[in-house]
Design a binder for this molecule. Structure first.
Ligand code: DAH
Length: 346
């Protein structure tokens, strides 16, 4: 006489699983729970019928009844977790091809990398090629050949990351403090390989200085260096290039000014300011983007380019400053913290 009761249990399991698979939203799922697992539900009904069975049949039927109840409960929990994806039937999950897929957040390049690439593109349109140099440098490229003598205060250990290991010639090595190193490397390479001068390159990259980190300083940041060596270039060419860059990158109303300054590797030298808004809550103001000038003849001579035959201009800007000015970012640290709530706005 066990057969009909066990059949009933099989039937309950099949029916329960298939109707559960059809429950398409939270409300349908809850109705299903009440109908099958609720205090007056079908599972309870079977249990009640079980109690009325003679003792000798209870063990076999009870085992099966518990299995069915456990299967329905497990399927219910699983369905609750996956509601909105594939329905579940007695034969397992079914792929519902009409369901929209799960969206994955899209990754993208960091804002500094994007701006760096955009800057190269803007200068590329003006005829500059992209050059590269090592971050671990020797003092010859970071200082000596840039006309920065041994006694110069810029060489102080407190302002530079020197490396304990000197280079093969016993000269100090360091993390470069400026991308101007690449000017020297490119001029040397052009002469060695015989393709220049003329030379027209930009060199973006990281530089390192042991500055205390605050809203406008970091021990590592990025610069983009420019170098143009021609038979006859003048300050006018430099100003024209910088103004064209500013208008191309910041818009046609970009305001630029050059202030007389001093750098050992340029003569005359200037600092370039732009009218930009670093803080969205404040009006735009003059912000220094970097330095520039006419390449000092001593720098040309140091690599073996005849300053009587060639002249040049150079510039070097902070990429973070450009990012901050373009997007109104008031704190440089935000650019390094990798907080997606910030980065996803840029
Ligand atoms: N290297 C300088 C610095 O880091 C910036 C600079 C000034 C670069 C004048 C140049 C230049 O190419 O001509 O402060």
């Amino acid at each position: 006489m066990l057969g009909p009761v066990l059949d009933q249990l099989d039937q309950l399991e099949r029916e329960g699983l298939s109707t559960l698979g059809a429950a398409a939203d939270a409300a349908a799922l809850e109705s299903w729970r009440i109908a099958y697992l609720g205090s007056n539900g079908k599972a309870k009904g079977v249990m009640d019928a079980f109690k009325a069975l003679p003792k000798d049949q209870k063990a076999a039927v009870g085992k099966r009844a518990n299995e069915v109840k456990a299967a329905l409960e497990a399927a219910f929990e699983a369905r609750k977790g996956t509601l909105g994806s594939a329905p579940v039937t007695a034969s397992g999950p079914v792929l519902d091809v009409t369901e929209p897929g799960l969206t994955q957040p899209l990754g993208r390049r960091h804002i500094i990398s994007r701006v760096r690439a955009e800057l190269c593109e803007v200068f590329g349109k003006m005829g500059f090629e992209v050059a590269d140099g090592p971050e671990l440098e020797d003092d010859e490229h970071n200082f000596v050949k840039l006309n920065i003598p041994d006694s110069h205060p810029a060489r102080e250990p407190i302002d530079n990351f020197y490396i304990d290991e000197p280079d093969g010639k016993g000269r100090p090595r360091m993390l470069r403090s400026q991308t101007s190193t690449v000017q020297v490397r490119v001029m040397e390479q052009a002469l060695r390989e015989g393709w220049g001068p003329p030379i027209k390159v930009v060199a973006p990259g990281r530089v390192y200085r042991p500055d205390t980190v605050d809203a406008t300083h970091s021990f590592m940041f990025h610069q983009i260096e420019g170098l143009c060596i021609e038979r006859r270039v003048t300050l006018i060419d430099l100003k024209t290039t910088l103004l064209r860059f500013a208008r191309e990158y910041f818009g046609k109303d970009a305001q630029v000014r050059l202030r007389p300054s001093f750098f050992p590797f340029t003569e005359p030298s200037a600092e370039m300011d732009m009218m930009i808004r670093l803080n969205p809550d404040q009006p735009p103001r003059w912000v220094e983007l970097g330095g520039c000038g006419m390449v000092d003849p001593a720098v040309l001579s140091a690599v073996g380019i005849d300053p009587e035959q060639w002249s040049g201009y150079a510039f070097g800007f902070g990429i973070e400053r450009i990012v901050m000015g373009k997007y109104g970012v008031p704190d440089i640290r935000w650019l390094y913290e990798n907080d997606l709530r910030f980065l996803s706005q840029l």
